[in-house]
Write a protein of this length. Structure first.
Length: 326
């Protein structure tokens, strides 16, 4: 009786989940103002929070919102680290997409952003057609992204009037000018700025550098098996921020995207021995964590005083909104 060959297991890494999270992050960015969760209402000169107009004189609501806004980043700093950057931040999502498209059209080592020492393009890819396709894609992306800021200042119906070229509103001229500015800024960001914003401008990133600890979730390297990767640099090539995951520093550009983990695991999956890769997500200074449950337990243990203060802020905000509504 002939034996039936057993297919090798399909490799499933973090990239698929991260792509879904990135797309969801962009959708949430639109849904927050569109659903009235948070928006600046120019008509009444107020903030719209959960559908209620809030003014500066509403002390309880403003206090709760300030506490939540101040403590929320501290929670991420001490628990998930830079996972927000690599998995959900719109700036990183757009920058990664722009880099991938640039590498596809201008060469795998192409670099056209402001951080590069100079324009770097593969000679075989340096063609007008490739530059035109790249520029058109960037412009189309900027035209779409330029709509998002409008939702934070105008109701969805007013924004739709601009998109659909329907009858104008009282804010039509101002909204059109704001849209043009948003498109211009988005195009410059996509074409030139990219990760320069993350590395030198982003306030969240600076906060991460100030409050970062080794206890937060991070990528860990199993140095005891370093001989397995003596002649391999697959993880470094896969890194979206161009760092070496085998020589991680306390302050680096790592955004916890997991691409290096996928690269190492994918390489080890090919040998069929079931040997895990040398890179894993880890929490604390211990050996790499074995699963999501370990990371979740560690994250809960790290909530601390800022976690309690965050809950207090949420309670104050909830009380203020319900009292305001009454």
């Amino acid at each position: 009786m002939s034996s039936v060959p057993v297919p090798s297991p399909i490799f499933r890494g973090y990239r698929g989940s991260r792509r879904v999270t990135q797309i969801a992050g962009l959708l949430v960015l639109v849904l927050i103002p569109a659903l009235g969760i948070f928006r600046i209402d120019l008509a009444t000169a107020s903030l719209m929070i959960l559908g209620y107009p809030v003014y500066l004189r509403d002390f309880t609501v403003v206090l709760g919102l300030a506490i939540v806004a101040a403590t929320a980043p501290l929670l991420t700093y001490s628990t998930i680290g830079t996972v927000w950057c690599g998995w959900a931040c719109p700036q990183n999502t757009v920058s990664e997409w722009a880099n991938n498209l640039t590498h596809r059209l201008l060469g795998s080592r192409a670099n056209v952003n402001v951080e590069s020492a100079g324009l770097q393009v593969a000679p075989s890819k340096n063609k007008v057609r490739n530059w035109a396709v790249l520029g058109i894609n960037f412009l189309l992306a900027a035209l779409v992204l330029g709509v998002i800021p409008l939702f934070y200042f105008f109701p969805p119906s007013v924004v739709w009037s601009l998109v659909s070229f329907s009858e104008s509103s009282q804010f039509s001229h101002f909204m059109f000018r704001l849209y043009l500015v948003s498109v211009a800024l988005a195009f410059v960001d996509i074409a030139l700025v990219r990760y320069f914003w993350c590395n030198y401008v982003c306030l969240y990133r600076f906060g991460q550098l100030l409050f970062k600890t080794e206890d937060a979730l991070h990528v860990a390297y199993d140095a005891s098996r370093s001989t397995d990767c003596t002649k391999c640099n697959y993880c470094r090539i896969s890194c979206i921020t161009s760092i070496d995951p085998t020589h991680m520093k306390f302050f680096d550009r790592c955004v916890n995207c997991g691409e290096c983990i996928d690269a190492c695991d994918r390489l080890h999956a090919k040998d069929g021995t079931g040997t895990p890769g040398l890179l894993r997500y880890a929490s604390g200074r211990q050996t790499p964590a074995q699963g999501a449950l370990d990371n979740a337990r560690f994250a809960l243990a790290k909530l601390g005083w800022h976690g309690a203060l965050f809950l207090v802020g949420c309670a104050v905000l909830f009380y203020g909104l319900t009292h305001h509504a009454a």
